[in-house]
Design a protein around this ligand. Structure first.
Ligand code: PLP
Length: 395
């Protein structure tokens, strides 16, 4: 049985007639830039993030760029971000002429390590970008404390985590800015690129809105040098069709994750972590960041970090990750390595100063593997994945 990593048709197919209606609505409205469709989605996503303002943008990457621009971050400034993340987190900092400062990850939940952030702060540090990786909130309390002690702004990269809650608070609405992506593989996947910036600060929201459209206010009078970062009304209208189903998608992802974990734990060779103090403690003290040299470590589910499972990411010990991936591929099962190379080791960042040790992140890039978790994955498909993984591990 074939099991794709992601099956978008399974999710979007049942909505076909509603999606066509939304397209027709936009077609007939004659309004193809911003307007009510975008505003309606902005209000809904802001509410989901418990933020006052939503600003629809062209992608999750542009959401980060716009947030950094609104905070007036530029040359000479440093912005701290995890080295184990998608490129856009770091790339957006560089695009503004600022310097990304890479920090290590927690060996258990894979999110940003607070001790590593503390050691990376200098007088040039202006902001920190915690990433809610794979759909689970980063440990925000420690980040908030550091930010307030050092006068740093917080941009939450929530591209993978719309609706995840940290200690009951939705992510994105906790920092000065939160950013989301509607890239098709994200939990609220669109029909092309799209994103959203959220904030509860009226001044920052206004500045971000102006910067989103060439920095002009009013039209043709340019207060700032902005760009064109607008979300299309067509995209907003199509996303609005999917939004009422979002809770259901999340529940299915959570049920799939629980099922994987309970099936794997019935077999030898699998272990799991449930609590996580290592987000805060020194990661370097925990050099390997590992729990043994063989077998598979299942993803940590930290109760107060509200996982919404954009990815179900296992850690394959003993240098077996790539062989497992090949084994799965030959059985027709899709998997992906998020991410095979940390930011500090990217060619484009070779001249960026490496300030703190990054042993955990380096290890993760060699050991992680994400399995199919999309809503609509059938029981049979999941059992096939479990069977093939355990076959590989236990022979
Ligand atoms: C996907 C993603 C982005 C970028 O979003 P795009 O919409 O693809 O530009 C940024 N950060 C993280 C962590 C992501 O996963």
């Amino acid at each position: 049985m074939k099991v794709p990593l992601l099956d978008l048709q399974a999710q979007n197919g049942p909505l076909e007639s509603e999606l066509k209606d939304a397209f027709e609505r936009v077609l007939k409205s004659g309004r193809y830039i911003l307007g009510p469709e975008v505003e309606s989605l902005e209000a809904k996503v802001a509410t989901m993030a418990d933020a006052k303002h939503g600003i629809g943008v062209s992608s999750g990457t542009d959401a980060l760029i716009l947030a950094l621009m609104a905070l007036e971050i530029g040359p000479g400034d440093e912005v701290i971000c995890p080295t184990f993340t998608f490129f856009a987190t770091a790339g957006s900092i560089s695009r503004l002429g600022a310097t990304p400062v890479f920090v290590d990850s927690c060996p258990k939940c894979f999110n940003i390590n607070v001790d590593s952030v503390a050691r990376a702060i200098t007088s040039k540090t202006k902001a920190v970008i915690p990433v809610h990786l794979f759909g689970q909130s980063a440990e925000m309390d420690g980040i908030i404390e550091l930010a307030s002690n050092h006068g740093l702004k917080i941009i939450e990269d929530g591209a993978q985590a719309l609706g995840a809650k940290y200690k009951g608070r939705p992510v994105g609405g906790i920092g000065d800015f939160g950013t989301f992506s509607f890239f098709p593989s994200k939990n609220l996947g669109g029909f092309g690129d799209g994103g959203m910036v959220v904030t509860s600060d009226d001044g920052l929201a206004e500045r971000a809105r102006i910067l989103r459209a060439h920095g002009s206010s009013p039209k043709y009078f340019h207060k700032y040098v902005g760009g064109n970062f607008r979300l299309d009304p067509l995209q907003a209208a199509l996303l609005s069709v999917k939004l009422p189903h979002y809770d259901e998608y999340t529940k299915q992802r959570q049920a799939n994750a629980e099922k994987y974990t309970s099936l794997f734990l019935e077999m030898d060779g699998f272990s799991r972590i449930d609590s996580c103090a290592d987000c805060v403690a020194s990661a370097e003290g925990n050099k390997e960041g590992d729990r043994g040299d063989s077998g598979i470590v299942l993803p940590a589910t930290i109760a107060h970090c509200g996982h919404i499972w954009n990815q179900y990411t296992i850690q394959v010990k003993g240098g077996q990750r790539d062989a497992l991936r090949e084994h799965l591929a030959s059985a027709g099962i899709g998997s992906e390595i998020y991410y095979p190379r940390t930011m500090d080791r990217q060619e484009c960042f070779s001249s960026v100063d490496k300030r703190v040790g990054l042993p955990v992140a380096h290890k993760l890039s060699e050991e992680v593997l994400s399995l199919p978790i999309f809503p609509g994955l059938t029981s049979e498909q999941q059992e096939t994945v479990v069977h093939e993984v355990s076959q590989f591990i236990n022979g």
